[in-house]
Structures are given as C-alpha cells and as structure tokens.
Design a protein around this ligand. Sequence first.
Ligand code: GAR
Length: 224
Amino acid sequence: MKRIAVLASGRGSNFQALIDAIRDGYLNVACAGLVTDNPGAYAIVRAREAGIPVRVIDYSLFSTKEDYEAALFSVMQSLDVDLFVLAGYMRILGPRIVREFSGRIINIHPALLPSFAGLHAQRQALEYGVRVSGCTVHFVDEGMDTGPIIIQACVPVFPGDDEESLSARILEKEHQCLPWAVRIVCEGRFRIEGRRVLVNEGNDTKNIAPGDTAHRPGKDRNPF
Ligand code: GAR
C-alpha cells in the first residue's frame, strides 16, 4: 500500500477529505503523518482524531527560513512516503526539498491556474472580475503554483459573491478533486509529457457526460 503524508497550515478541511476518502475505502493508501508549520492548526485535531501521527515544525521558532527548511527536509525524509500532499500548506517549499522529492509532491490551489497564483487566490479572482473560477491540483516544481496540472474543476462566480461565498463554492470542488488526484497519482495512472499530465481515467469517468461539472456525490466521486 502506498504511503502519503500531508502538509497543512490551518483548518485542514482538505486533509479531512483525504482522511474520509481513506476511511471510506475510496483511497487505498496509508496516511503516515501530518506535518504542520503551525502549532495552532486545526488540522492537528483532525489528525489526532484519525490516529495519524503529527509533526509540528513551528515556523516561529526558527531564526531563518533556511533553518526551518532544513528541519522540514529531515522530517519529510524520515516519513518515508511515496507522496506528499500540500493541503492548505501556506509556504513555498525551497528548491532543495522540491528537487529531493521531485514528482512526489502535489498541491491544491483555490483558482484555475495559471490565473491567480499565490495567496488570496479567491480574492484575486473576485477583484479581477472573472466569471468562472475553481481549483487546481498540480505537481509542485520550483516555481510558485507552476507545476504540471493533474486536475481542475470550475465553479461560477456570481455577481453577489464575496470572498467567503466564492471560497466555500470552490472548497466543495477541492474536496472532490484532491482525493481523486491522490488516487490517480498513487495508482500510477498518469504520465507526464512536457507540461501535460495524461491521466488514464479507467472507470472513473463512466456515466459522466463530457463537460458535466455537477457535483457527483457517491460511488466514484468523479469531480468533473
Ligand atoms: C484551501 O482553499 C486551499 O486550496 C488553499 O488554502 C485552503 C486551505 O483550506 N491553499 C492555498 O491557498 C495554497 N496557496 P483547508 O485548510 O480547509 O484545507
């Protein structure tokens, strides 16, 4: 069975989506640890409830980013996992970590990349005035939110939206896309050609009409 670890900085609802997907048998992986830079992260509570080991690397206790990164690097190595999932991890990973774990780190971002990279993606989208936004799960490379895209799902932006309402609509899609992407990657059902991640979807798209972006709860959790 493949082993994953999750990096999260805060609330951890995407982490919870992974915990639930493992519990439900949708994801046949073991979660070997939660790593967080924030000792106050609610993700820690979720990990404890699920019996997942927690490693806190309190960013505020390090005098330089390099020292923090060195500590993170050794924790990541010690976890000995197949895949690291950044699920609301709010820092940029340094080049040493990205190189060492190349192809084994994925991230979820609350916008349709390459639009609105970085922090406050939902606010950026609203301020720009886009009519659709969404989420992206991608491999992590040395840029900021620039790695090859595994999946995207879109949501409408309504005239009355504020940051909170748009974030909530996107978050629903995130909770579908992230387990789906982890499953595809852990089952090795993809190959990368240049920037493109070509996914062998198997039965996951069965009975899903092309272009149908409706939420499909239930058996195959296909986020399209
Ligand atoms: C999610 O919307 C995630 O996409 C975003 O932070 C939120 C974390 O929520 N991540 C980023 O903005 C990374 N740049 P969660 O802690 O409830 O999963």
